[in-house]
Design a protein around this ligand. Sequence first.
Ligand code: ADP
Ligand code: GN1
Ligand code: MG
Length: 372
Amino acid sequence: MAVLKQKPDLRPVAKQFAIGGDFEEARSYGTGHINDTYAATFNRADGAVRYILQRINHHVFKNPAAVMQNIERVTAHVRRKLEAAGAGQIDRRVLTLVPTRAGRAWHEDADGNTWRCYLFIEGATTYDQIGTTRQASEAARAFGEFQKLLADLPAPRLHDTIPDFHHTRRRFDALRAAIETDTCNRAADVKREIRFCLQREPMVDVLLNLRAQGALAERVTHNDTKLNNVMLDDATGEGICVIDLDTVMPGLALDDFGDMCRSACRPTLEDVRDLSKVEARMDMFEALVGGYLASAGEFLNTAEKEHLAFSARLITFEIGVRFLTDYLEGDRYFKTRRPGHNADRTRVQFKMVESFEQHEDDMNRILKAARG
Ligand code: ADP
Ligand code: GN1
Ligand code: MG
């Protein structure tokens, strides 16, 4: 299930979409853990043009039609707002779905797979690892802007494409169940990691309780704001387009900010085995806070602003818990590229949690200074 699959024949899939020119090739593209992504090249009289073809992972997204309906609404709304604001290069600032020849937003193949096609955003890059503070601030500004643009999305409520996606208590309980059943006999390999988790149980309900009390607002959020889900313009460095919209649904602003910190404060890849360089970089945290507050500061409430540092710790912990659960369950959810891959990812997340804990005072100081 989560292992890498053979590349399918993309020509008949590409033919389904309303694309002019001759199909030349399609290559596997990107480093996402969930969907199968391909860059497809078409030759036209005026040169080669690329598109993104994606097969939605229906083990993860049980209702692909709901995912696509959300994406249609979200991209149309953002596009309208950008047009109203007179923005330039709109096709590079919001994902554009290419319809099928039958005029639909997605294609279902004979095996029941759901495919979609996007215009390829050229001249921009996604990064698996943070390089500069400018990248951090631009990524955070773009994710904050995305939340702001969606704040007035008209009813109805978006579909929950993965129910309880950021319900940390449910994630924690799922881990506990996986430890108890230990179906793959792997718990003994990750004893330290399990202890690390169990010690931190008090953390898991904090945001859920604040939400239940009404202190944290439900908003339209992205829910998967890792650094490589935002494209940065190659020429200007600007955070030009937020991508990977499958999990855009009602959620907490803090879930998004926390995941930005998890992925962009860390100066290494997400799965390194050598943990010596894994740390929460405070210059990156400061840049994330600056970028995020520049776009989201005007709508965040007091409780949200007061828990920005906590969210970094919590969401990093939550995603570590998910990697550990998947390791114990036999790597069924995240794509893995080597034995022990999910355990390696877990260790990196937990080293980051520890580092955020150690830097708590620094983070609060940075936040205080940013809020003036
Ligand atoms: P996953 O859900 O598997 O993470 P993504 O939607 O994030 O899939 O796509 C994987 C990668 O493909 C991205 O990190 C990005 O590098 C690239 N990508 C996705 N959409 C586009 C696009 N419209 N234009 C250019 N590159 C894209
Ligand atoms: C997955 O799809 P991708 O690779 O951008 C996952 C996120 C995790 C992330 C960890 C739908 O994101 O929730 O935080 O891996 N997406 C889904 O790197 O589960
Ligand atoms: Mg992605």
